[in-house]
Design a protein around this ligand. Structure first.
Ligand SMILES: NC(=O)c1ccc[n+]([C@@H]2O[C@H](COP(=O)([O-])OP(=O)(O)OC[C@H]3O[C@@H](n4cnc5c(N)ncnc54)[C@H](OP(=O)(O)O)[C@@H]3O)[C@@H](O)[C@H]2O)c1
Length: 463
């Protein structure tokens, strides 16, 4: 089997040489060739920082995609340096932005029956090229079937497991009356739902979403469902002689429903006790985010908190996930967070929550880009927690599927068939409130499968 070690500079070359010295048909390469049946993606050993995250993860997806078209025996390995701990302890600093690679490996496991897959995080630290490469080669040759393997400083080796999380109530809530919280994705879906549980604290919530609010005409005002709205729009087009394609009608109907959802949520959040503003902005644009936060500051003063809930899905198997799909999914989450952090660098931030997903922590078929993006969010949250210290509550919430938001009725049926319990809307909202009121020492928590959702944290087991 031909194995290609992709990228990683001198370390990648040394890993290929080490594998070749052990008798394997291993080569260092910049791109995966058609002959490869094994790929070790080693470019995660470089420090790419926030700006390089997209290119790195897209390159990893492309490497996996090249391998995905071959059936039969395959090897796929991602190698990163996010502190030798999958960035969980916060020492990874800016290297955390490479923290999504393991999400790709875990997705490959879910999609490729019989493939040998591993995600390695090795602390390069002060080790020589030969020492670090030697640790990776040893893991590949004799590490067995462990999937997420952390090769930490001082020669330690551990695997990632998930354990029930303790819960410690906070001495001081990071939210007070009048706290200004910017919430991406906060006007729709489960982020909006969960904000209701914070309303009694009387925060000021600035909600960001792409949808520009429009007023609907009288012809659809009493049409309750999407089908009814479409019928009303078609009747209007016929009456006026306007030409509207079925696609245009569908788009307009969706916009009407989205605007209704946003307006209903704004009213619901105001009833819950919060002061609310809505801003149509795409978080993938740095300029738009900076401009929008300027508007919020001028109206309400400095920003005290960020909740990053914006997200989109574009599910496809690795073999067919396009660069454009990757860009949409990854950009919304990762560039969105990057822009929100950059635009609030001088604000007194006391709360930073990111909405991640179990798809990243555990891997999920057809969600490679989504899994990588969510893992980056969790990794960056851990670094931000370490950087900001106890004055700021930072947490990544890796949600399991909710009974709402992007989980359509069709998806809900699939989850239920697979025995995964959906998170009820009220329970999810209460879980968010509990997280905001907690002093737990960890930056990442998994909330899934139950009512209330069961909480767990990823931990390292030496071995
Ligand atoms: N629902 C679940 O079961 C579940 C499970 C695990 C994790 N999560 C996470 O929870 C978050 C919310 O999910 P959801 O189910 O509520 O999804 P949703 O109903 O599709 O809502 C997504 C929200 O993100 C906003 N958004 C998307 N792209 C944006 C962009 N580029 N700029 C600004 N806003 C953007 C959307 O508003 P516009 O369309 O107006 O832009 C919408 O408010 C996501 O991060 C998701 O990954 C959800």
């Amino acid at each position: 089997m031909r194995i290609e070690v992709i990228g990683g500079g001198s370390l990648g070359a040394a890993i290929a040489a080490g594998l070749a010295a052990a008798g394997l048909d291993a080569h260092s390469a910049e791109e995966v060739s058609d002959h490869a049946r094994g790929v070790v993606f080693a470019d995660g050993l470089r420090s790419v920082g926030p700006e390089g995250a997209t290119a790195l993860h897209l390159a990893a997806l492309r490497a996996a995609r090249a391998l995905a078209k071959h059936k039969g025996e395959r090897v796929f390995v991602t190698v990163q340096d996010t502190g030798g701990s999958f960035a969980m302890h916060g020492q990874a600093g800016d290297r955390a932005w490479a923290g999504g690679l393991a999400g790709l490996a875990k997705t490959a496991i879910a999609e490729w029956a019989g493939a040998s897959v591993k995600a390695i995080d090795v602390a390069t630290g002060d080790g020589s090229v030969d020492e670090v490469a030697g640790r990776v080669v040893a893991e590949l040759l004799s590490g067995g079937a462990d999937v997420e393997v952390a090769l930490g400083p001082s020669g330690s080796r551990s695997v990632v497991e998930h354990h029930a999380a303790p819960y410690a109530a906070a001495q001081r809530a990071p939210l007070r009356e009048g706290s200004v919280i910017v919430v991406s994705g906060g006007a729709r879906g489960v982020t909006a739902t969960s904000l209701a549980s914070l309303g009694h604290l009387r925060p000021r919530l600035a909600l960001l979403g792409r949808t520009a609010l429009v007023d609907e005409g009288p012809e659809t005002a009493s049409a309750p469902t999407e089908a009814d709205i479409r019928r009303s729009l078609l009747a209007r087009a016929q009456a006026t002689g306007a030409i509207q394609s079925p696609k245009d009608v569908a788009r307009e109907a969706k916009l009407i429903l989205d605007c209704r959802e946003i307006r209903a949520n704004l009213a619901m959040l105001e009833r819950s006790g919060a002061q609310v503003s809505y801003h149509a902005v795409d978080v993938r644009s740095a300029e738009a985010v900076a401009g929008c936060l300027g508007v919020i500051r001028r109206a309400w003063g400095p920003i005290h908190g960020i909740i990053h809930g914006a997200g989109v899905l574009a599910d496809a198997l690795i073999a067919s996930q396009t660069d454009e799909q990757f860009d949409r999914v990854f950009g919304t989450k990762v560039d969105g967070l990057r822009h929100l952090l950059a635009a609030t660098a001088a604000d007194p931030i006391e709360l930073l929550l990111v909405f991640s997903s179990v798809a990243g922590r555990l891997g999920n078929s057809a969600q490679a880009a989504y899994a990588m993006a969510n893992e980056v969010l969790s990794a960056v949250a851990a670094s931000e927690r370490a950087r900001r210290g106890p004055a700021c509550l930072v947490r990544s919430l890796a949600w399991g599927p909710w009974a709402g938001g992007m989980v359509t009725p069709g998806l809900a049926r699939l989850f239920e068939k697979a025995g995964v319990k959906l998170i009820a809307l009220d329970s999810g909202a209460q879980a968010l409130a509990r997280e905001v009121a907690s002093d737990d020492p960890f930056a990442q928590v998994i909330l899934m499968n139950g009512d209330p959702p069961v909480t767990a944290i990823p931990i390292h087991r030496a071995g």
